[in-house]
Ligand binder design. Structure first.
Ligand SMILES: Cc1ncc(COP(=O)(O)O)c(C=O)c1O
Length: 425
């Protein structure tokens, strides 16, 4: 093919047609044709009237920002006040205790959470090594990994044998997969989108988090020569019931005497896209935690150099505005009120979907927080097509159906449950 003259092997392997956007387009076509179509496709939070939900406190701050804050480059690592804020957004109240306990924290500003994931993929494993993901994950993970020469191996989202103490963490499968990689690799890395997982809305419980941490730390202690990096993807965390659950779990473990092995790094991919409704302003950070200052200083250099060599500096405007909002008690509270209003939209829609699915015996997966809900299905495209025949649009992904609660008006939730019920029958 002519493309082979120009494109390398990696480029030729890249396929277009994003599933989510193609099902969103189907919804839009139906709507434009005058049909009363239901949208549970797109991954942006919409008000019940279908308009994009916008946190007005952030929007107002952007509109009145000084020209120079809009036009200038940010410093390569990020604006200092934003780097400080990103640590608090990732760790919440636990941050101060962790710092007092002797931990050091690095942060590098990135173009969204995607930029943070890219930094991790680019720097934490050797080329050719394998990253661990849960079997249900955000599809673009694979692209970030592949583009950095990494493979991935999955473990199940839910355990085969349900454990009462951690029903949403497949400990045995996790430990087996991790042990397999430790026997072959000099470094291992786990990517975990929790709380408020995309695409299921699952949040691990406090017990699930501490069990995973315990497994990971034990593996690091047993495999002293293998670097262990745990990346927590916080893309939707500020809409979750326990937004800083991971930092609290880490702090509790330390207070209970957990040994922090030198070969353990915990890092957080922070995204402001959803929490501050600034998807297009491309702002996030990679925040890392370790007891040794030299390691943290070195990470700061490496991450900011990687950013420089990839996208230059992350955009300045949202770093400036969001730091300003959170440095004022009044504005911070106003942002939080608005964020809580948006969160309530999700809570109402999720509760309604759970009730409707239960009444109709639709096998909804456990779903607690964030933008999505999920149903496992062997034939997701057939199910989505059946729903579409009733003008209900959901997204068929590998292993199931993603229901975009973020896009779905409350008064149309029942229609989705009914269409799914018909499809499963
Ligand atoms: C699970 C997950 N992680 C990270 C991101 C990154 O978001 P962004 O790059 O827009 O901040 C997203 C966005 O949809 C996501 O769903």
């Amino acid at each position: 093919m002519a493309e082979e003259h120009f494109l390398n092997h990696a480029a030729i392997a890249k396929q277009g047609s994003d599933t989510i956007f193609s099902w969103w387009a189907k919804y839009q076509n139906a709507k434009n044709a005058g049909v009363d179509a239901v949208n549970a496709t797109i991954g942006a939070l919409l008000e019940d009237d279908g308009q994009l939900a916008i946190n007005k406190v952030v929007d107002n701050a952007v509109r009145v920002a000084p020209e120079s804050e809009i036009s200038s480059y940010a410093p390569l690592p990020g604006l200092p006040q934003f780097l400080d804020l990103s640590k608090t957004l990732a760790l919440g109240d636990a941050r101060g205790y962790l710092e007092k306990a002797g931990f050091h924290i690095s942060s590098t500003a990135t173009p969204g959470g995607s930029g943070a994931l890219y930094l991790a993929a680019n720097n934490f494993l050797e080329r050719g090594q394998t990253t661990m993901l849960r079997d249900r994950h955000w599809e673009p993970y694979k692209g970030f990994l592949t583009n950095n020469g990494l493979e991935c191996k999955t473990w199940p989202l839910l355990p085969a044998h349900v454990s009462d103490s951690h029903p949403y963490f497949a400990r045995i499968e996790f430990e087996e997969t991790l042990a397999g990689l430790c026997s072959k690799q000099s470094k291992v890395m786990v990517w975990l989108n929790d709380p408020a997982h995309n695409p299921t809305g699952l949040s691990m419980t406090s017990n699930g988090r501490s069990t995973l941490l315990d497994s990971f730390v034990s593996s690091a202690l047993m495999n002293e020569s293998v670097g262990h990096t745990l990346l927590i993807d916080l893309a939707y965390s500020l809409y979750a019931e326990e937004p800083h659950g991971w930092a609290d779990t880490i702090l509790d473990a330390i207070k209970s005497g957990m040994m922090w092995p030198e070969n353990l790094l915990i890092t957080f991919a922070v995204s402001l896209s959803k929490s501050h409704t600034i998807y297009g302003l491309r702002t996030g950070a990679l925040v890392s935690l370790h007891p040794e200052k030299e390691i943290i200083d070195r990470l700061e250099t490496v991450m900011s150099v990687t950013g420089r060599q990839t996208w230059s500096a992350a955009p300045r405007i949202a770093q400036y505005c969001v730091s300003k909002i959170h440095s004022s008690a009044d504005e911070g509270l106003a942002w939080e009120d608005e964020k809580n209003r948006l969160k309530q939209l999700l809570v109402n829609r999720r509760n309604a979907l759970k009730v409707a699915c239960e009444n109709l015996q639709v096998p909804l997966n456990p779903t607690m927080d964030g933008f999505f809900a999920w149903i496992e299905a062997d034939n997701p495209v057939e199910i989505a097509e059946s729903c579409a025949s009733e003008h209900v649009y959901v997204v068929p992904l590998k292993g199931g159906i993603r229901i975009g609660l973020c896009a779905l008006p409350l008064n149309q939730v029942a229609k989705v449950a009914q269409a799914l019920s018909n499809a499963f029958r």
